[in-house]
Ligand binder design. Structure first.
Ligand code: PMP
Length: 370
């Protein structure tokens, strides 16, 4: 028998743990920020019908340029975005990985601001990119001045900004993105190199009123990339479709690193059918936002400190022993996320019933051991 430590593993992967959100079969799975509403039956039927039309042609490779899908994604995004500005992959995780393969890698640096999405350091390790944590304020917010100063100090090749951030749920002000972009431009003007600035908007559709998308900043900023996904608001996490909008030169660059035919004909057909039913798919978004706001209000009343959430999840603190609360919730059939930040947990806003189950269970747990 051999084990991991005896394999000639790359140095950058030694001691790393794989992405590992628990997949447990419990009544209330509120730990990975999916849309917990099933795909509406009419959309499931439309997907099945479209997949049936391509099934007989699966002997051939799919459209390598996923042209029809890009056209539909451009229409969905709006903001005057054209199909040559759109790129897609098997989940936004793959899109983020392709960005690092093209613009980072050995000898180069990715800057992000932790706590943030747990895949960022893993994607850096997998591409042999040095990862630098620029840090956040004690309340986990990220100011324009601090973010820009970190870009000036570390001179990264790529910057990942999650907006809204995971696990905290709060969106960035556009001034922070503008400041980061301007800082990388200054680095380059001084004779160094600039950076690709990636705004990960996986949860954009759940934004609070008044929160603007970084898509509005794309014109004139050829180093800016905005990534999105169909895994969250679209309730299609199982289909694996993530995408981005950027300057056409960026999508050209990504062609250099993508595997040939990386988006299967089945994935393309599924995503196209979904985009033909955007209204039906996004119907649950308002309800999820209402449940999210209900969680925030209730947690405040329980004396906890939920963060402002522009997403479909809530990050909350002031728990004496967060892991004990996580376990007590699990014994009541409610799985939330312990992201390893003391006194804090994160919960996905699900259906009304799921939200009630979570809030009742948490109330009980806190009464027993406040
Ligand atoms: N970015 C963020 C901030 C996320 O939370 C997630 C999913 N948890 C992703 C990207 C990746 O999602 P997917 O690969 O399903 O598109």
């Amino acid at each position: 028998m051999t084990d991991l430590s005896s394999l000639p593993l790359r140095e950058s992967l030694r001691g790393q743990s794989p992405y590992g959100a628990p997949q447990l079969d419990v009544p209330y799975m509120l730990n990975t920020n999916e849309n917990t509403h099933p795909v509406p039956p009419q959309v499931a039927e439309a997907i099945t019908a479209r997949v049936a039309t391509v099934a007989g042609g699966l002997n051939r490779y799919p459209d390598r340029e996923f042209t029809a899908l890009r056209e539909r994604l451009a229409v969905y995004l709006g903001h005057g975005i054209t199909p040559d500005q759109v790129w897609a992959g098997n989940g936004s995780n793959e899109v983020l990985q392709q960005i690092l393969q093209a613009f980072a890698g050995p000898g180069r640096t990715l800057l992000s601001f932790l706590p943030s999405y747990s895949m960022y350091p893993l994607l850096a390790a997998g591409t042999d990119t040095a990862f630098v944590d620029g840090g956040r304020a004690p309340d986990h917010t990220l100011s324009a001045d601090h973010a820009a100063e970190q870009v000036r100090r570390h001179r990264p090749h790529v910057v990942f900004l999650a907006s809204p951030n995971n696990p905290t749920g709060t969106a960035l002000g556009l001034e922070t993105i503008e400041a980061v972009y301007a800082a990388q431009a200054r680095n380059e003007a001084e004779g160094g190199h600039g950076a690709m600035v990636v705004v990960d908007e996986a949860y954009a559709e759940f934004a609070l009123e008044g929160t603007a998308s970084a898509l509005t900043l794309l014109p004139g900023r050829e180093r800016l990339i905005v990534t999105r996904t169909m895994s969250k608001a679209f309730a299609l996490a199982g289909a694996r479709l993530g995408y981005l909008a950027a300057d056409p030169a960026v999508t050209d660059a990504l062609r250099l690193v993508r595997l040939p035919y990386h988006l299967s004909a089945i994935t393309q057909a599924t995503a196209i059918a979904a985009l033909e039913h955007v209204d039906a798919l996004l119907e649950t978004v308002e309800d999820i936002k209402a449940q999210r706001d209900r969680i925030v209000d209730t947690l405040r009343r329980l004396g906890l400190s939920p963060s402002v959430s522009d997403s479909n999840f809530v990050f909350f603190g002031r728990l004496r022993d967060a892991h004990a609360v996580w376990e007590a919730l699990l014994t009541r059939g409610v799985l939330v996320r312990d992201v390893g930040i003391p006194e804090h947990l994160r919960v996905t806003a699900g259906t009304q019933d799921e939200t009630t189950a979570f809030l009742d269970a948490l109330g009980e747990v806190l009464r027993e051991d406040p």
